[in-house]
Ligand binder design. Structure first.
Ligand code: NAD
Ligand code: IPM
Ligand code: MN
Length: 348
């Protein structure tokens, strides 16, 4: 793109802290020929408590006019009863993913050469989780009967459509073709047979069109073993919404920490703006202390750059982050010190 009209939603907690650093690096990384316009939107727990708005339809329309969205994180004070029940998470984050048909939640996991994994023998970790982003347990289907009684029954229904699964699986096969040509379907088809067997059948069907891609299957529980004991075996993982959520926090932890994990919520056809955000949340436990690592947010801007075809700029951002990791000596640095150091690497 010759111009990028970006919406920025810093959000809550450490969101604004890491987004400030990401914006600095993004501006510096963009080729001079690309005009970047940034419009900041206040949507957050704070905005909700002040105005009553989580994300109105008018706001959604305004966001839809942008080319992409850069998001920090949402989620306010976990002890505030006015925010209970995931008001922000569902009303803002999931609303955006659903409204803008972000059916691919792309979460690369790479052990950068100088990042430090808590694993003793991590090997070369370099895989991508293709997490379905608009279905599964996240659709809000289900309910409660006999609420508050000893006979209460709560159900959450996982919705999986052949259409939604197939487009996700196809994306994953295409991605595998550009990489090491290995695809792992992750599910729990020994128990969740309705959805699990459908995912499995669709993977098998699409696989026939990709004879060059080696396909295998793992149950979700076993995946948590191999992420710790043998993570280098993975290349592309395709999985549903909730399994993808859980394993990408674990993937972040084994590749040097959640503060390094980037993600993109993609609408690959470009009918709607895609949204880039770190995998982590608003981290209320460290918000305001300057302890947040902005690298995940900065690496998310590399995914944004790649989305618009600015591969060289994306490579430079990643190289700057990697160079900064190499400089880490165990001494604590603040969020802005890390951001400034990455910016300096970029400009070196
Ligand atoms: P979290 O990711 O915010 O924090 C988990 C742990 O990781 C905390 O100890 C935190 O301090 C640490 N951490 C997170 N990001 C870090 C960073 N950049 N640098 C250093 N340490 C970091 O998850 P949580 O505590 O489960 O959730 C907090 C809030 O965020 C909740 O309201 C949750 O719903 C929300 N949330 C939002 C998003 C999002 O907006 N995309 C994602 C996840 C969680
Ligand atoms: C994430 C978060 C969200 C999710 C929550 C906050 C709704 O955990 O982006 O990983 O579950 O997708
Ligand atoms: Mn998560």
């Amino acid at each position: 793109a010759e111009a990028i009209n970006l919406a920025v939603i810093p959000g809550d907690g450490i969101g604004p802290e890491v987004i400030a650093e990401a914006r600095k690096v993004l501006r510096a990384a963009l080729p001079a020929s690309v005009a970047l316009t940034e419009t900041e939107y206040p949507f957050s727990a704070r905005h909700y408590l002040e105005t009553g708005e989580v994300l109105s339809d008018d706001s959604l329309d305004a966001l839809a006019t942008h080319d992409a969205i850069l998001l920090g994180a949402v989620g306010g004070d976990p002890n505030d009863p006015r925010l209970a029940g995931g008001i922000l998470e569902r009303g803002l984050l999931l609303k955006l993913r659903f409204a803008f048909d972000h059916y691919i939640n792309l979460r690369p996991s790479k052990l950068w050469p100088s990042a430090s994994s808590p694993l003793k023998h991590p090997g070369d970790i370099d895989f991508v989780v293709v997490r379905e982003g608009t279905e599964g347990l996240y659709t809000g289907n289900g309910g409660v009967v006999r609420a508050g009684t000893p006979h209460e029954i709560a159900t959450e229904v996982s919705v999986n459509t052949a259409y939604g699964v197939e487009r996700t699986v196809r994306y994953a096969f295409e991605l595998a073709r550009t990489r090491r040509k290995k695809l792992t379907l992750v599910h729990k088809k020994n128990v969740l047979v309705n959805a699990g067997l459908m995912w499995n059948r669709i993977v098998d069907e699409v696989a026939a069109e990709y004879p060059d891609v080696e396909v295998n299957y793992l149950h979700i529980d076993a995946v948590t073993i191999f992420f710790v004991t043998d993570p280098q075996r993975f290349d592309v993982i395709v999985t549903d919404n909730i399994f993808g959520d859980i394993i990408t926090d674990l993937a972040g932890a084994v590749t040097g920490g959640i503060g390094l994990a980037a993600s993109g919520n993609l609408n690959p056809e470009g009918a709607f703006p895609s949204m880039f955000e770190p995998v982590h949340g608003s981290a209320p436990d460290i918000a305001g202390t300057g302890k947040a690592d902005p690298t995940a947010a900065i690496l998310s801007t590399a995914l944004l750059l790649r989305h618009f075809g600015h591969d060289e700029a994306a490579d430079r951002v990643e190289a700057a982050c990697e160079a900064d990791m190499r400089m880490r000596d165990g001494n604590a640095r603040s969020t802005s010190e890390i951001g400034d150091a990455i910016l300096a690497q970029l400009q070196a």
